[in-house]
Design a protein around this ligand. Structure first.
Ligand code: HEM
Length: 474
């Protein structure tokens, strides 16, 4: 359940936002929690609506839901213990996540664990590692510039769905980096369609696992899921065949890296593994970045002082020129806007793991099979860790006077050995997108639009985000 009136963090002393401060929307926070059956229904519609006031302030909480223990780690020390120190025992993704993505990703890195995960991580992470991002940046810049040219054609006052626009942009970028510029261009639309069909179907299934229902319970797998999986896999096969046929051209791409990769025994990846990992990178890297950018446009549209600051930085550093990779490090405020967006609206709002053995966190026993969760949505707004946690304030990432936690308290990319393998890729892509588009455009929220955060697989500003293009010079 969402309400449009933001509710304060603290029941005793609600801190009113100061003048000029923007508190973006969040769902109602209960002082007394409703019963579990009601929470289940609410979670199905929106995972963000099930947390009460105390959950935000907590350190380590546990609940029993049906057969399963649920543990939420909400402070840096316990997050570190869960995701870093206890990685061996807590590396398995939640059954919910595995069941939802397994039909498409197979044994792909994102949902695998133990030996397969370690093997794949060793192969895939270097291909998209920070040190490779410089090589991918020209593809990013060209694709973002194409989007800017499209918007220029639409012109002043045109209405766009900023969420769909950002999804299109990041899908093009990821397709062209995975498959190479030309193949990426040729197949992007088909790949995007296949993945969004798949997402539409899996959104509705297997929520029961998150709430502890046993593995043996039958899971609904509609024919439509199988159909969209087959469609995606056959497109991926076609792309790989085309790539192999023309690889002499020497273009840099992720798929090239996967085809050339060798494991410790000198063996190449199987065709199935290559397809799985290409699907993982598309799935992990596309919607997360799109949601980040859509939220950033929304937040900026509601905060004139930060918009002006962003424009001032972009104009003075770039002086009208299109940025390159080398400029990214000189755009600290643009980066801070992205970081603050990821704090307030982390695209992956819940990180859940299944305990593979009995273990403990901060002396608390965690039985085998428990679900251990780090919930960026909660921890990024924990008032013990952050000053004015609900206020949009990018400056907190630049200015030491703002209270903020250590790296285990800010985890939009997760933390520990399973940290996002595309962190630098996603940050660079987001900074370049904001800089290149905001050089020419200022996006205003369409009058009468009520924006509310909704999380199913990822955290989005609803199903669309209607905004109006304003050309900056006007
Ligand atoms: C702003 C953008 C992004 C955000 C917020 C983000 C966030 C995350 C998070 C939270 C995880 C861990 C999920 C979990 O533990 O359940 C993850 C994993 C991953 N991400 Fe990202 N991601 C972003 C962009 C990207 C991009 C652009 C790529 C690829 C180019 C990528 C590739 C991956 C991969 C391969 C994994 C799996 C790592 C593993 O399990 O070892 N991500 N990401």
């Amino acid at each position: 359940m969402t309400v449009s009136e933001p509710v304060s963090q603290d029941t005793q002393t609600p801190p009113p936002p100061a003048e000029n401060e923007f508190v973006p929307p969040y769902p109602f926070r209960y002082a007394t929690m409703p019963p579990v059956w009601k929470l289940l229904g609410m979670a199905k519609r929106n995972f963000l609506s099930i947390w009460g006031l105390d959950d935000f302030k907590s350190r380590l909480r546990s609940k029993k839901v049906f057969t399963r223990d649920l543990v939420v780690c909400n402070r840096p020390d316990v997050v570190r213990e869960a995701f870093q120190t206890n990685h061996e025992v807590l590396q398995r993704k939640s059954p919910q996540m595995r069941h939802a993505l397994e039909p498409l990703l197979g044994d792909g890195l994102f949902i695998s664990d133990t030996e397969i995960w370690a093997k794949r991580r060793k192969i895939v992470a270097p291909i998209i590692h920070g040190s490779r991002v410089k090589g991918f940046a020209p593809i990013m810049v060209d694709t973002i510039s194409e989007k800017r040219a499209e918007w220029e054609k639409l012109g002043e006052g045109a209405e766009v769905d900023a969420l769909a626009e950002m999804a299109h942009l990041t899908a093009e970028i990821i397709c062209r980096t995975i498959f190479g510029r030309q193949l990426g261009k040729n197949y992007a639309a088909e790949v995007v369609q296949g993945f969004s069909d798949y997402q539409r179907h899996i959104d509705q299934i297997d929520l029961q696992s998150l709430f502890g229902l046993p593995e043996w319970m039958p899971r609904f797998r509609g024919r439509s899921i199988k159909k969209s999986v087959n469609r995606i896999l056959s497109v991926l096969d076609e792309i790989i065949d085309s790539y192999e046929a023309q690889k002499q051209k020497g273009e840099e791409s992720v798929i090239g890296g996967l085809l050339e990769a060798r494991d410790d025994d000198g063996k190449p990846l199987s065709r199935r593994a290559i397809r799985s990992e290409a699907a993982v990178i598309f799935m992990a890297g596309h919607e997360t970045t799109a949601n980040t950018l859509a939220w950033a446009w929304y937040l900026l549209s509601q905060s004139p002082k930060h918009r002006e600051k962003l424009h001032a930085e972009i104009d003075s550093v770039l002086d009208g020129r299109t940025p390159t990779f080398a400029d990214v490090k000189n755009l600290p405020f643009t980066k801070a806007v992205i970081e603050e967006t990821l704090r307030l609206y982390p695209p992956v709002p819940i990180l859940a793991r299944e305990a593979m053995e009995h273990t403990s966190i901060s002396g608390k026993a965690i039985p085998k099979g428990s679900l251990v969760m780090v919930v960026p949505w909660l921890m990024h707004r924990n008032p013990v860790l952050w000053s004015k946690p609900d206020v949009f304030e990018p400056q907190r990432f630049l200015d030491s006077k703002w209270k903020k936690p250590n790296k285990y308290g800010y985890v939009p990319f997760s933390i520990g050995p399973r940290i996002c393998a595309g962190l630098q890729f996603g940050m660079t892509e987001s900074i370049l997108s904001l800089a290149i588009l905001a050089q020419k455009f200022d996006l205003g929220l369409k009058d009468g639009t009520d924006v509310q955060p909704v999380a199913r697989l990822t955290l989005r500003p609803g199903d669309n985000l209607p905004m109006v293009l304003r050309t900056r010079s006007s």
